[in-house]
Design a protein around this ligand. Structure first.
Ligand code: HEM
Length: 512
């Protein structure tokens, strides 16, 4: 009988498994290096400048965007990348960011066939996308067509009284809380946010959400939306990971938390479906129901929820962020504030303004229009790039060929600072640039992306312009506004929308 040395058998087995492990580790390392090498030196994007790690792996883009996404300053990081690498930057092994006007025009044009990437599909509701989250262009076109009448110019006139009503509520609260014998600090940024949410409640559901009357973020509803954006905007940079996180199908079996606003939306839709609410006006929800009655095959109850809820989410913080920017830049630039106040006073003394100021009247005030455009140029509400796939047949952008499926995009925070379009002082807030030369102003207007462009241009643009154009002059006509800290530099947090904090002011009632 042969004697077996158990120790030597173990050693042999260990040695065998070690060498097999080493083989597999080396195999994986060689394959990974080869992939990185191919991506860097054989990719059709190999000549495009950008961070080295971005060109060889998904990991750089993932870490970069998640890190700065969580820090909330990714809008500035896009500016830094373009400053360092130029107008075309490779920000992923298959992704390119552009800063040129021609590229932006082409990528977001209706007819060129560029389409939304799956970054959008991580936003809720997953089971039934709304107009914003729908990535199938064919389905998107149908959804958009169904409701485009509801958002058209014609309906804006009907909405003006909803805005008047909310404005009145805002002024009543500001009078009661901040006007008195002694100056009281007013966090105007929060009040503008309450206004933007309440006005959308009126326009979409004929419902007072009660943010203004309570003077608080009721039930933390705004905070809930902010946290949801914080997750979704960050995971949209790495959409493949969503299914392992909150997009995990197993989570469907848990009841997801609902915000106060979703509950109000569901309740209102339920009441309307049963014909239980007599309205003396046509709000957006009633127009969506009309669209469904005309096209029952194309629009379902689920679509009505998705689209009305989507309007609420897309239309509130965007407007609040833009309003805050208008006030902030004006208060930080006393000359601008003085010029706008004298335009308002002049119109007033000439009897050109009603009370409250109508949309048509405010649209005739050139300096007001210039201030609004300039604030949205300096501070576009959306702080991340709007990614699109190059159509499958490929496309030439800025004189260079890109294969189908390449992810391309433009960030408004980058293109709005383009010196060739907006002038050498593009980094400065200067509303006069819009009034100096008509033809230059037209070129600048064509290169503004605060509302996106093309087939996905903001469908609520007219509504938000109505809300903002009426409010700003009425606010300045009613109050003298002073920053509590004239040296204030506000803080910003970009979680899709760039939200600001710290617009503290003193208000004093103006004599008229
Ligand atoms: C100042 C206020 C607003 C700003 C700055 C703004 C900005 C934008 C931008 C940049 C986009 C394009 C996003 C992309 O392509 O990725 C967009 C789309 C959209 N916005 Fe707005 N928005 C505002 C107000 C509103 C309002 C008031 C509503 C609704 C009542 C609304 C509803 C939508 C919807 C549904 C889309 C998706 C459109 C589509 O893909 O066809 N927005 N918005």
């Amino acid at each position: 009988m042969a004697l077996i040395n158990p120790e030597s058998e173990v050693v042999t087995q260990l040695a065998g498994s070690l060498s097999s492990n080493l083989f597999w580790i080396s195999f994986v390392v060689i394959i990974s290096f080869s992939r990185c090498f191919i991506r860097k030196y054989f990719s059709s994007l190999r000549d495009i400048p950008g961070p080295f790690l971005a060109s060889i792996s998904r990991v750089w883009k993932g870490i970069w965007s998640v890190y700065y996404g969580l820090k909330g300053n990714i809008h500035y990081k896009y500016q830094d990348l373009h400053e360092k690498y130029g107008p075309v930057v490779r920000i992923g092994f298959n992704e390119v960011s552009f800063a040129s006007p021609d590229a932006a025009k082409q990528i977001y044009s209706v007819s060129t066939g560029f389409h939304k990437t799956d970054a959008y599909s991580v936003y809720p509701p997953p089971e039934n996308p709304d107009i914003f989250t729908e990535t199938d262009e064919f389905k998107h076109a149908i959804k958009r067509r169904m409701v485009s009448n509801a958002y058209s110019h014609k309906t804006i006139a009907d909405m003006e009284r909803f805005v008047d009503k909310t404005e009145e509520r805002l002024f009543r609260q500001l009078d009661e809380r901040f006007i008195g014998s002694e100056s009281k600090e007013c966090d105007l940024g929060s009040w503008l946010e309450f206004y933007a949410f309440d006005v959308i409640g009126e326009i979409v559901f004929s419902k007072d959400f009660g943010f203004l009357s309570s003077g608080t973020d009721r039930d933390n509803a705004i905070q809930f939306i902010e946290s949801s954006f914080a997750y979704h905007s960050v995971v949209s940079f790495v959409p493949n990971y969503h299914k392992y996180l909150l997009g995990n199908p197993l989570l469907k079996f848990l009841a997801p938390p609902k915000s106060l606003l979703s509950e109000i939306a569901l309740r209102e839709i339920g009441v309307r479906r049963q014909g239980g609410k007599e309205l003396d006006r046509r709000d957006l929800l009633s127009r969506f129901f009309e669209a469904r009655a005309t096209h029952p095959d194309k629009m379902t109850d689920l679509d009505i929820f998705a689209i009305s809820h989507g309007a609420l989410i897309a239309g509130s913080d965007s407007t609040a962020s833009s309003l805050r920017a208008m006030l902030y830049y004006m208060l930080k630039n006393p000359q601008t504030y003085a010029s706008l106040k004298s335009e308002i006073d002049e119109f007033d003394s000439e009897g050109k303004l009603s009370n409250p100021i109508s949309y048509a009247e405010a649209n005739k005030m050139p300096y007001l229009q210039a201030v609004m455009k300039e604030a949205m140029r300096m501070h576009p509400a959306v702080g991340i790039s709007m990614p699109r796939y190059v159509p499958s047949k490929g496309a030439e952008i800025d004189g260079r060929w890109y294969p189908g499926g390449t992810v391309v995009g433009v960030n408004a925070w980058v293109i709005h600072r383009n010196k060739e379009i907006f002038g050498e002082d593009a980094d400065r807030f200067r509303p006069e640039r819009w009034l100096e030369d008509d033809s230059k102003a037209k070129v600048m207007a064509r290169n503004m992306y605060q509302f996106g462009a093309g087939s996905h241009v903001c469908i609520g643009k007219n509504i938000s312009l109505l809300e903002m154009t009426k409010l700003i002059p009425q606010l300045l006509r009613t109050y003298d506004i002073k920053l509590v800290d004239p040296d204030l530099v506000w803080t910003m947090n970009c979680q899709f929308f760039v939200k600001q904090k710290g617009l503290k002011v003193y208000l004093e009632k103006r004599r008229r």
